[in-house]
Design a protein around this ligand. Structure first.
Ligand code: ZN
Length: 286
């Protein structure tokens, strides 16, 4: 599922390639796409509007229209937004087609069918996003915030970091990578983390998301940018989907895959000890 770096990449592509275009017509090809308003009203309100901007909030893509509406997309695991041309016209799994001026079209397709869309005004947008936690790359996200929000909680740290009310935009790939970089075991109870671990975790989250953006996202199978290109952050992953491979932390051990709360979790048991760092290694890492 596209996480912050993938949605950010699509947002930047839209700003470069699509913002300023007029929507001459909108056709909903899979009515299950549209959460609100009705599919008919959705298409009617998109028609003849001009795309005035593109934003991202958490894993949501927000396409602003000069009518005051915003098209909000939740691209689920197979969600692709493709600009035709230059991309060849897709013919399967189509959900929405926006016919733009200049003979171009923006296709939304999803082989899994889980992608959802809403058309919201500014108040609707605010209500929709009011529970989301801070953007990890947008200020307001620092080690003190994480410690204050989570330091008293007894739940497992990985699950808490995936909660969009705590940090927005982080999902399974980038959380495993950040926990590895911070040398924190995913099942550690949040209230056992040390000051140094909160600091490392916060910077590891920022660094991994920034690297994901720099590499234009992670593609295992379905993720594509607006021009149909794969991301290449998968070439830079340290533990995620690397079970059995040597740990890049230099410990001599191997990456393992565990199941945690129904999710595949990748970690190095030597670098990320389950019972936390001993006092000596804490001094070493400080
Ligand atoms: Zn290791």
């Amino acid at each position: 599922m596209p996480e912050l770096p993938e949605v950010e990449t699509i947002k930047r592509d839209l700003r470069e390639l699509v913002v300023g275009s007029k929507v001459q017509d909108a056709e909903v090809l899979n009515p299950a796409l549209v959460e609100e308003p009705s599919a008919e009203e959705f298409a009617r309100r998109l028609k003849d509007s001009r795309i005035s901007g593109a934003r991202r909030r958490a894993k949501h893509l927000v396409i602003d229209l000069d009518s005051g509406d915003a098209l909000v997309l939740q691209l689920k695991i197979g969600g692709q937004l493709l600009l035709v041309p230059p991309v060849e016209e897709p013919t399967t799994a189509l959900m929405l087609v926006l016919r733009l001026d200049g003979g171009r079209r923006l296709f939304l397709r999803d082989e899994t069918g889980f992608t959802r869309a809403r058309l919201l005004d500014e108040d609707g947008l605010e209500a929709r996003f009011e529970d989301l936690g801070p953007e990890p790359l947008g200020g307001g996200f620092h080690a003190g915030y994480l410690r204050e929000e989570l330091g008293g909680r007894r739940a497992r740290i990985k699950g808490l970091l995936l909660d969009q009310k705590v940090v927005s935009g982080v999902g399974n790939i980038y959380v495993d990578e950040a926990l590895f970089d911070a040398r924190v075991h995913p099942t550690r109870k949040a209230n056992t983390l040390t000051e140094g671990e909160w600091t490392r975790l916060q910077s590891a989250i920022e660094e991994n998301l920034a690297a994901g953006i720099e590499h234009r996202g992670t593609t295992f199978s379905l993720y594509r940018d607006v021009l149909g290109r794969k991301g290449h952050h998968q070439e830079h992953l340290k533990v995620f989907v690397r079970a059995g491979k040597p740990c890049p932390g230099g410990c001599g051990g191997k990456v393992v895959r565990e199941k945690m709360g129904g999710r595949a979790t990748f970690l190095c048991p030597a670098c990320q000890p389950e019972d936390g760092p001993g006092e000596e290694s804490q001094l070493e890492l400080a």
